[in-house]
Design a protein around this ligand. Structure first.
Ligand SMILES: [Zn+2]
Length: 183
């Protein structure tokens, strides 16, 4: 083994172990959503394989892929279509933050992934946060969602909720379009 490999291997192993510990294995078609309802705010954190977002996980290589990336990012930015929080909560339009690694970089003409979460296997995830300021967040009983409609390659979303009622897990699958926020 070359000295350079001997030096780098333990570091790589440590990184892989840390990454495997931090997140479940990335499975195409399966996303993850964390929903928090707290005083004055409803927050949704979405993570999904780029494959489920756009059908590939590398920087766009041609005009067709660049257009696919542009369209997918536009859908991810379209908070009004993705999430409609129960009107009883009185939420304003959310603040949206998106990290989509290689496909964002491609859009900006750079080859350097900006916020890529790359698990080292050639896979990459998209992450998006939607933060709603609400006058009565605790009154939100549900979120209507167009997520599965917007992203046909997404089959299942593992949802974790945290509200005044505690924390629990649920699944979002077709044909569901409403995510309950109460138990
Ligand atoms: Zn992947």
């Amino acid at each position: 083994m070359k000295p350079s490999l001997m030096r780098s291997t333990p570091v790589l192993l440590a990184l892989c172990a840390a990454s495997a510990f931090a997140a479940p294995p990335h499975e195409h078609g399966v996303g993850r959503l964390d929903v928090a309802v707290e005083h004055g705010r409803v927050t949704l954190l979405l993570e999904m394989p780029l494959d489920s977002l756009v059908g590939f996980e590398h920087a766009p290589r041609n005009a067709v892929e660049r257009e696919a990336a542009r369209a997918a990012l536009a859908k991810l930015h379209d908070a009004a279509r993705l999430w409609r929080v129960d009107a009883a909560a009185g939420c304003a339009a959310p603040t949206v933050e998106i990290g989509a690694g290689p496909i964002e970089a491609g859009e900006h003409g750079s080859h350097e992934p900006a916020h890529a979460h790359d698990d080292g296997d050639g896979h990459a995830d998209a992450e998006a946060s939607f933060s709603f300021e609400c006058s009565a967040a605790e009154r939100a009983a549900f979120v209507d969602t167009g997520l599965l409609e917007s992203f046909p390659r997404l089959r299942t979303v593992n949802v974790q909720l945290a509200t005044r009622q505690g924390q629990w897990k649920t699944l979002l699958t077709r044909p569901m379009t409403r995510l309950p926020l109460v138990r």
